[in-house]
Design a protein around this ligand. Sequence first.
Ligand code: DQA
Length: 144
Amino acid sequence: MTHPIFILNGPNLNLLGSREPDIYGRTTLTEIEALCRDTAGPLKLSVDFRQTNHEGVLVDWLHEADALGAKAVLLNAAAYTHTSIALLDAIKAIAVPVIEVHLSDPSMREDFRHLSYVGMAAALTVEGLGAQSYINALKHAAQM
Ligand code: DQA
């Protein structure tokens, strides 16, 4: 259990459950965290699950994950996915593999969601499965 998996969540994901449920479902972020912990336990993984609305905090947490020797990072950067060169640079700067995660499938939505800076550097992308995207990503992280 020495190398944790960081699960980092970006802006507005604290509002999951009530936020645009037709797109994101009714599962809250607290419930997603519980699902991740349920999955991580039998896989003998420890999980550090966080959410912030601030881009620079995500950058700091990516650096922290690397410094702590995390096994992998699951990153749902939310809207920063589509805008943040800072996140792209951070992912490229660290050794820990980053798995891009989305509840929805951004490629099936508005044009401005088709560009993913995170995806340019991520080891893998898991999207479009709702909360299950996190679970599938965690199972991939266990193999890394
Ligand atoms: C999201 C997709 C993004 O386009 C959006 O800005 C989000 C959530 C997802 O999980 O489906 O906030 O990352």
